[in-house]
Design a protein around this ligand. Structure first.
Ligand code: NAP
Length: 254
């Protein structure tokens, strides 16, 4: 059996098993399977690798995208530059970390770009990135690549540029792109949203939520109510999963 799977702390919300099971079925790969491996601590990874013969690849989710790095044998250059891993290749007893959230977020940013680049505007958009975890690192990498200046909002003073209590309507008015990389609003906590002064949002704003379940989070609803463009995380999810599958297939052939 050729095995793939997802590691994370709580995986009840995961779309990956359904997605990859469908990919395998469509490709006629009857001897491939995808499983969810809930790990209470990332220290449990070496044991999982030891007791799972036939494992070729893993996806990594909350909260292990950064914590997994010291447990890997190597990193590909993109994952090293981002500082987070969401895809692992297992080959010949060695593990290599990759980051496909970058490709996923590039696809969301491309959808936002038309709204942000107003013709004739000399003002480059500025962004707020909410949260400082693994996905935030991929978002920061892509924003840097696109030349968009941004600030990271964190609960902790030493992980971000700003703490939540500092986000006033003036800051929110200036930052026309707001990206939620926190899990706030994710099923089942659908009545949660990042604590922002939403009344400062305008039709010139674009909100991107990495949360994909529900498709329209309370964060995005707050934006839509004020005429902002709202982009959910479902598109990113598909792109990052396709990219992971491409990497795993290339590793098997190579
Ligand atoms: N659509 C996609 O393809 C896609 C891809 C990747 C991730 N995601 C989603 O993005 C979210 C984050 O994923 P991740 O892997 O980056 O997780 P993570 O590594 O755990 O990071 C999440 C960050 O959010 C902040 N946060 C957590 N709980 C919070 C709370 N109660 N209030 C305020 N801030 C909080 C924390 O930043 P501070 O410690 O700085 O406050 C934390 O580091 C998840 O919902 C995940 O499903 C979606």
């Amino acid at each position: 059996m050729h095995r793939y799977g997802l590691i994370g702390r709580k995986l009840g919300h995961s779309f990956s098993k359904k997605h990859f099971t469908a990919v395998f079925r469509k490709a006629g790969l009857k001897d491939h399977r995808y499983d969810l491996y809930e790990l209470p601590e990332i220290e449990a990874l070496p044991d999982l690798l030891r007791r799972t013969p036939g494992l070729h690849g893993l996806n990594v989710t909350v909260p292990y995208k950064e914590a997994v790095i010291p447990f890997l044998d190597e990193l590909d250059p993109l994952a090293a530059a981002v500082g987070a891993v969401n895809t692992i290749v297992v080959k010949d007893g060695r593990t290599q970390g990759h980051n496909t959230d970058v490709a996923g977020f590039r696809s969301l940013l491309a959808r936002a770009a038309r709204a942000l680049d107003k013709p004739g505007s000399a003002i480059r958009p500025r962004a707020l990135v909410l949260g400082s975890g693994g996905a935030s690192r991929a978002v920061a990498y892509v924003l840097r690549e696109a030349g968009i200046r941004f600030r990271i909002v964190s609960r902790s003073r030493n992980r971000g540029d700003l703490t939540w209590d500092l986000i006033d309507p003036v800051i929110l008015r200036v930052c026309r792109l707001v990206v939620n990389t926190t899990p706030l609003g994710m099923y089942p906590d659908v009545h949660d949203a990042p604590p922002l002064p939403y009344s400062a949002l305008t039709p010139q704003h674009t909100l991107i939520d990495l949360v994909y379940n529900p498709e329209e989070t309370l964060f995005l609803k707050h934006g839509l109510e004020r005429g902002a463009k709202a982009i959910g995380g479902a598109g990113m999810l598909r792109v990052q999963a396709d990219e992971a599958w491409r990497i795993w297939q290339a590793a098997r052939k190579g």
